[in-house]
Write a protein that binds this ligand. Structure first.
Ligand code: HEM
Length: 355
């Protein structure tokens, strides 16, 4: 009969903490906490990679059935809960004072988080584009066998690419006589015209110059229009200001706009969960940066980076799903949302009740 300790391989797990300070004959009390915290982070990274990998597998197919989207949603939500837990876990390491850390930091040199293969694989699996990386030669920090694993992780699709292709395949956006983007564009322009009229009315009443406010509305409008104009959109893709294809982005906008329809609720929640995941990864980066600053101030890292400065840059620049996050700047209120033609709306609900 299998025993608890055998099932969990506790013998291996509980004998895998070897303090460098002890080996150097200067045992430091806090090193066990330091080791166990890192080990538990790595274990959770393993779980996150497992869940994200399974989501990629579910979505990477020519036709994605509805039930699969629900499965993906619950797995991404699980990943988000793990990431939230990991962000809080930095509080554990902060029970060690900077002075106590100094007792053993020198013994770790040159080991560094730069050498976390799982973290690098996770960044790639999520779809972090190489151009956004602050550190370009990050793979070189890894030993050869881990460099290989990292290279393998780039061969398959990423979470970003499967979400993009799933969105591109979304039906419902057009019929022979209807195109969602045309109707949406008109609704947006009508809404912005109302805003202009209101600005002018208020300026006249208060005897103010409306020029600045009108310029801001013009700017919003050109941002909106670039989403619907293929030429402008392609320029944004080339410049790197957008990464997701135009079709996928408009599809995400459609799902967000008509999220109340039963058939779009789960897809909408999946998009929301992916946006949350991107935020959780940034929160992880930010929390790690704050903790590092508290522990080592402005010192350089054991991996040779500038420390605080480098980590803060990764927090600010390395977002993956910002195309989806920024969609809220293109949202319009329910009252201004164009009605869907019946032939589409009837397919988006379980019971055909709004004829
Ligand atoms: C006292 C605690 C810690 C300090 C002082 C610290 C410091 C640093 C520094 C300075 C870097 C930049 C690379 C370098 O020059 O070494 C770094 C990177 C990193 N650390 Fe930590 N760290 C600590 C705890 C942790 C923990 C608990 C984890 C969890 C696994 C972790 C994971 C990472 C990862 C994944 C990177 C690479 C980040 C990137 O390049 O985007 N660190 N750390």
């Amino acid at each position: 009969m299998i025993k608890y300790s055998d099932y969990l391989h506790l013998d291996t797990l509980l004998n895998a903490q070897h303090a460098e300070s002890e080996k150097h004959g200067a045992p430091a009390h806090d090193e066990l906490l330091f080791i166990i915290t890192h080990q538990t982070f790595e274990l959770w990274f393993k779980q996150v990679l497992f869940e994200v990998g399974s989501v990629i597998e579910e979505l990477n197919r020519p036709y994605v059935e509805e039930w699969r989207v629900g499965t993906c949603l619950s797995r991404i939500q699980r990943v988000n809960t793990i990431m939230e837990h990991l962000v809080n876990q930095f509080g554990l390491i902060e029970t060690m004072t900077p002075g106590d850390f100094m007792d053993f930091r020198a013994f770790l040199n040159p080991a560094s988080g730069f050498q976390s293969a799982q973290w690098r694989i996770l960044e790639r699996t999520l779809g972090l584009p190489e151009v956004k990386r602050v550190l370009k030669n990050y793979a070189e920090a890894l030993p050869p066998n881990e460099q290989e694993k990292l290279a393998d992780s780039t061969k398959g699709p990423t979470l970003f690419s499967v979400i993009e292709s799933w969105l591109e395949k979304m039906p419902f956006m057009e019929t022979e006589s209807y195109a969602f983007w045309e109707e949406y564009r008109k609704a947006v322009q009508a809404m912005l015209q109302n805003d202009r009229d209101e600005v002018i009315r208020l300026a006249e009443a208060d005897n103010n110059d409306p020029a600045d406010a009108l310029r801001q509305i013009d700017l919003n409008e050109s941002g909106f229009l670039s989403l619907f104009d293929s030429e402008q959109y392609n320029e944004l893709l080339e410049k790197g200001s957008r990464k997701m294809s135009q079709r996928a982005t408009i599809s995400a906008l459609f799902i967000s706009t008509y999220r109340d329809y039963p058939l779009l609720q789960v897809p909408y929640r999946l998009l929301d969960a992916v946006i949350e995941l991107d935020q959780r990864v940034s929160q992880w980066r930010f929390r790690h940066t704050m903790m590092v600053t508290r522990m080592i101030g402005m010192r350089i890292g054991t991996g040779g980076s500038s420390g605080h400065e480098y980590l803060m840059q990764t927090t600010l620049r390395q977002r993956i799903f910002d195309d989806l996050t920024s969609l809220s700047s293109f949202m319009i209120p329910r009252s201004a949302t164009p009605h869907l033609p019946t032939e589409i709306s009837s397919r988006l609900q379980f019971v055909n009740e709004f004829k």
